[in-house]
Design a protein around this ligand. Structure first.
Ligand code: PHE
Ligand code: NA
Length: 453
């Protein structure tokens, strides 16, 4: 246990944590969620969620990992014998995410090539579901779609070889390349996007505040959900990553840097995406609302339309956009897989190599299902299920456990305060013991009512 792997540098840890946080959620989820939930007014619930739940929980998870030095199940069991299952629950959710997150990165690889010859044609939505995914009837998991399968294998080859190399030589080294590259590529995209004709209209639509929505509880739910998913908290990830920190680490400060960088990237993505949407709306003479969307539709149907319309160097712009998705996705996928690799290593007392081969291999194998005809329907269903359960329930169980069931907030507080210049006071304890549990509980009840009525 004493030869536990360690990050080589503080910057290496921060880049890995930021790499986990910045992912598809920033690029294809945040812009639309903000637009759809009050535009400029959404920043109020969003910032409240960041400072009452996001950063406080991130500090808590960093502290747990740093103090107890284990994968999520081991960390939870060292906190209290009976709570090991919470760690396994989170690892299980992460495993579920890893099986399909890889597939989406694979699509982005394929699309970064299509960007140069615009092989998606003018009917980009039909191309995605038809020619590319060959998404026939959901019951038909008949045959592999080679255009999906090959990029998927490339994704796993990259991810598994990084994970085989370990924490410092693999994860840290990869993120030191991926994240700075991603930031540069993305800045180029945003600068190009805001200089397109129509960008102003897009930005107006994005930032236009509709204050009246703040009375609507679903807007607050959207803000909290975005923060949990986007910061990768309550998914076993941040506990695992911080368990590799050296003894002397300012974890509170690291958490602020991670949380603020992730939100900064999110804001940048909102500006880039809505500038581009403004451009395509103006150049086709339609409304912003016709192009505003999120997820698979935004990245693989709407963005190709934007690229089709662009005046010059559109292939390059398209390539940079999909390459950004690939880099953002890979660094998140690596972190998701590390949760179960660390957990298997400790639980079954096996080497990293075996844990990667078994855990990563299993996830890769399952992901092949989504590379078949009809696989996309399966992917959509798993995504929805894993996210509702993973984000809401995972978060609630964790805060209730630590704040109320085993009452560890004070102990973690003094551990963190012993390491940092930033002192955690009542802001932190009140957020964790009162505000976040109440809000998350309320969110889940609301969702259950919505689902069952
Ligand atoms: N935080 C990542 C994003 O914004 C996604 C993620 C969620 C990664 C959960 C791992 C676990 O896309
Ligand atoms: Na994110």
């Amino acid at each position: 246990m004493e030869n536990r792997s360690q990050w080589g540098t503080r910057a290496g840890f921060i880049l890995a944590a930021v790499g986990s946080a910045i992912g598809l959620g920033n690029i294809w989820r945040f812009p639309y969620v903000a637009y759809d939930n009050g535009g400029g007014a959404f920043f109020l619930p969003y910032l409240i969620a960041l400072f009452t739940a996001g950063i406080p929980i991130l500090i808590m998870e960093f502290t747990m990992g740093h103090k107890l030095r284990g994968s999520a199940p081991l960390t939870f069991s060292r906190l209290n014998k009976k709570s090991e299952f919470v760690g396994w629950f989170q690892v299980f959710v992460s495993f579920g995410i890893s099986t399909y997150y890889a597939v989406i990165i694979g699509w982005a690889i394929a699309y970064s090539v299509f960007a140069f010859n615009l092989s998606w044609g003018s009917e980009t939505g039909a191309f995605l579901m038809g020619d590319y995914l060959q998404a026939g009837d959901p019951g038909k998991f008949g045959s592999f779609v080679p255009g999906v399968l090959i990029p998927l294998l490339i994704v796993w080859a990259v991810v598994l070889s990084v994970l085989f190399k370990g924490v410092k030589k693999g994860i840290e080294a990869a993120n030191k390349i991926f994240i700075p590259t991603l930031v540069v590529l993305f800045l180029i995209i945003v600068i190009r996007a805001v200089t397109l004709e129509g960008a102003a209209q897009g930005l107006n639509a994005f930032f236009q505040p509709s204050w009246s929505v703040l009375g609507d509880p679903t807007v607050w739910t959207a803000a909290y959900t975005q923060i949990f998913f986007s910061l990768s908290i309550c998914f076993a990830i941040m506990i695992t990553y911080s368990s590799y920190l050296p003894k002397k680490s300012d974890i509170t400060n690291n958490a602020f840097i991670t949380g603020l960088s992730n939100s900064g990237f999110e804001l940048l993505a909102g500006i880039g995406v809505f500038s581009a949407i403004g451009f395509v709306a103006v150049s086709t003479g339609t409304g912003i609302a016709d192009f505003a969307g999120d997820g698979v539709g935004l990245a693989f149907a709407i963005f190709p339309q934007i690229i089709n319309q662009m005046p010059f160097l559109n292939g390059l712009f398209g390539f940079l956009f999909f390459a950004s998705l690939v880099l953002a996705g890979l660094s998140s996928l690596i972190s998701i897989c590390e949760t179960y690799i660390a957990a298997f290593q400790e639980k079954f007392n096996i080497s990293r190599t075996k844990a990667v081969a078994f855990g990563g291999g299993l996830s890769a194998l399952i992901s092949l299902v989504y590379a078949t005809q009809g696989g996309v329907h399966f992917l959509t269903a798993v995504d929805r299920y894993v996210l509702t359960v993973g984000v809401g329930l995972g978060g609630l169980i964790e805060v209730i456990l630590i704040a109320w069931a085993i009452k560890k907030v004070k102990e973690l507080q003094s551990h963190a305060n012993g390491l940092s210049q930033i002192r955690l006071g009542s802001w932190w304890t009140i957020c964790l013991t009162i505000i976040t549990p109440i809000l998350l509980g309320y969110m889940i009840v609301l969702q259950l009512i919505n689902d069952f009525t």
